[in-house]
Design a protein around this ligand. Structure first.
Ligand code: FEO
Length: 400
């Protein structure tokens, strides 16, 4: 049975939700599922904007056919070739021998690499090209590295709808609620939106900034992304988040306390630091165990907050492997402009602190590492309390 929603008078959402997938890209947990969005425009010509993941292909095809209601499908616009959106191209083209695929040169190269059959049925467009489908005229805007090199967005100049590809997407199945004003986004969706952006597109901040600059020059009324909700009002809220995330500026003053603890002693010290921060008035403090928190959540929180405290045991004369993995992911995602503090622990040959400090100074950009390091030898005692109090003072002073 088809399951579609009307977006505007002649535009329909024909996507589908996936609640079964546990790991997006086989790496990021998605406990609330994910939606794969695609849209059909019924103009003088009919147009499908993108397809869907193979896992939801059957539902997606039923939706497309229901909206077309017997009409031919004249065009398929592909904004992004990653298979979570493009995997069903061949199925569409098999069912619709009349369809011409519209996309750019790089996208067609990728389609061939993935084995999608488009031979003789494509129309190549580039930045700034214009195409009319009848009442609606669209223009194509390159969006390289948001999130693949071929990515583009399509802007309908007739009604202000932006088909934004991965940009402005979120994790989370939409479950009937298509529009941003049908949910409490700031309460129920922002964490998944941040975790999606930071882990999927976070590395490409300058490219996102470039796209945002282009977007500022057009009158966008509605954003139709490839995942998550359609935005039809309050666009500035989400744009502001994107400006912050893509420029690696924190959303809030606050402390992310990530700890690596084998027997609870480092955790205990981290708890004491958190308590001392709260007692001094800094209540925006969040603790995460690096061993049992999926890294996608740590990265998301790292983008959100201004300060990070690394509390790590020494392991094989190095940084605890899961903490090291977190640092490596921070580097891979280009995280910048944060203030850091370090608690280290080692029963003998304690090296974690200096290694973390060197990593932050040498491998990341724009990280201010506070001078105070709290050094534990196996466990926290009153002997280390003055150094922890100094660290609390330094963290709070650095927020002023
Ligand atoms: Fe949702 Fe880059 O694909």
């Amino acid at each position: 049975m088809h399951c579609v929603r009307k977006v505007t008078e002649d535009l329909y959402w024909v996507g589908a939700n996936d609640h079964r997938l546990t790991l997006f890209e086989n790496i990021h947990p998605i406990p609330r599922g994910v939606s794969y969005n695609a849209y059909v425009l019924l103009d003088e010509k009919t147009v499908l904007f993108d397809t869907a993941d193979w896992s939801v292909c059957r539902q997606f095809l039923e939706n497309v056919e229901a909206v077309l209601s017997g009409r031919p499908l004249n065009y398929l616009v592909i904004n992004h070739v990653e298979p979570d959106h493009a995997a069903s191209i061949t199925e569409i083209l098999l069912r619709h021998p009349e369809t011409i695929v519209i996309s750019n040169e790089k996208a067609f190269m990728l389609m061939r690499q993935f084995g999608f059959s488009i031979d003789g049925r494509y129309e190549e467009v580039k930045e700034g090209d214009i195409k009319s489908f009848g009442k609606h005229t669209v223009t194509f805007v390159a969006a390289p590295m948001v999130h693949w090199p071929e990515a583009m967005v399509t802007f309908d100049t007739t009604n202000g709808v932006l088909f934004s590809a991965d940009a402005f997407g979120t994790f989370g199945a939409i479950d009937g609620k298509l529009f941003n004003d049908e949910v409490n986004f700031d309460r129920n969706w922002i964490d998944d939106a941040r975790r999606y952006y930071t882990n999927i597109v976070g590395k490409y901040g300058p490219h996102v900034q470039y796209l945002l600059k282009k977007a500022a020059g057009i009158d966008i009324k509605m954003i139709c992304p490839l995942h998550g909700l359609v935005w039809r009002n309050n666009l500035g809220y989400f744009m502001d988040k994107y400006i912050k995330w893509s420029s690696y500026e924190p959303e809030e003053k606050g402390v992310l306390l990530v700890y690596a603890s084998m027997y609870g002693n480092t955790e205990s010290a981290a708890s004491l630091l958190a308590t001392k921060l709260v007692e001094k008035g800094m209540t925006n403090v969040y603790m995460y165990d690096v061993s049992n928190t999926d890294i996608s959540y740590l990265i998301s929180e790292t983008f959100r907050l201004s300060h990070i405290v690394f509390a790590s045991v020494t392991y094989n004369l190095g940084i605890y492997p899961k903490m090291h993995n977190y640092l490596m992911d921070m580097k891979a995602l280009n995280i910048q402009n944060r203030t850091a503090a370090i608690i280290e622990n080692g029963s003998w040959a304690c090296t974690a602190g200096s290694l973390i400090r060197n990593f932050l100074n040498d491998e990341l950009k724009g990280i201010t590492v506070l001078d105070d390091t709290v050094t534990l030898n196996s466990s926290m005692t009153s002997a280390q309390e003055p150094s922890m109090d100094d660290m609390v003072t330094s963290i709070i002073d650095s927020m002023k």
